[in-house]
Design a protein around this ligand. Structure first.
Ligand code: G3P
Length: 217
């Protein structure tokens, strides 16, 4: 299971990378806007800064919603750094753009995916990653993890190379469930990744070891 961190915050990315378990980063327009990044030059520089912080794929999302705009933006993003993966929404223009990028060996992440049908089209278009949004499905009383399971099964049956990148991960249990469902990647908030470390028996056991170690002084 690869861990990506789902943020554009450079400090959080550095903290996660320093942990030694980070495999990549995903961003989206909302996460970038949250960091106060404004203007094309600053946006591109921010993506480059992220690429310098981690040794892994960095998803940078196009802002255009039309094919021509997606292509123009995506080719510019791809030139920024070899780690850049062009993130494209799962729409008719998006699928067409993913096919275009796939034919030009530009790696892509098909995002805002909420069904197996959408995931099927993303794989057929040659997407490198597909991002099913687990948390947002859970938000409407739909089993987001079940979708991950269905896509993993579908990709395995038809031997698609597209990687399942579970997104909209909200907590540690989502990560554990993505492992069980066979996701290739989970992109998570830092809190969810670090939260995997939490166990009261570890804390209790270490406290006892520390106390007993003092007896050896
Ligand atoms: O990568 C997609 C993710 O950022 C969306 O998360 O919590 O807004 O559904 P959320």
């Amino acid at each position: 299971m690869k861990f990506f961190i789902d943020t554009a915050n450079l400090e959080q990315i550095k903290e996660a990378n320093d942990l030694g378990v980070l495999d990549g980063v995903t961003t989206n327009p909302s996460l970038m806007a949250k960091e106060g990044v404004k203007g094309e030059e600053n946006i591109l520089n921010h993506y480059k800064a992220i690429c310098e912080l981690v040794d892994g794929d960095v998803s940078a999302e196009v802002l255009s919603t039309d094919f021509e705009g997606m292509i123009k933006e995506g080719e510019e993003l791809a030139k920024l750094h070899e780690q850049i993966v062009v993130k494209v929404p799962c729409t008719k223009d998006g699928i067409k753009a993913i096919k275009y990028f796939s034919d030009k060996k530009i790696r892509t992440n098909c995002t805002l995916v909420f069904s197996t049908g959408q995931a099927l089209l993303a794989a057929k278009a040659g997407a490198t990653y597909v991002s099913p949004f687990v948390g947002r499905l859970d938000d409407i009383s739909t089993d987001g993890i079940e979708l991950i399971r269905q896509i993993v099964d579908m990709y395995g049956y038809y031997e698609f190379d597209t990687q399942v990148l579970a997104a909209s991960i909200r907590h540690t249990m989502h990560i554990v469930q993505c492992v069980e469902a066979g996701a290739d990647v989970a992109t998570c908030p830092l809190s969810a990744i670090v939260g995997l470390l939490n166990h009261p028996l570890t804390d209790k056991g270490l406290a006892q070891f520390v106390a007993d170690a003092k007896k050896m002084n």
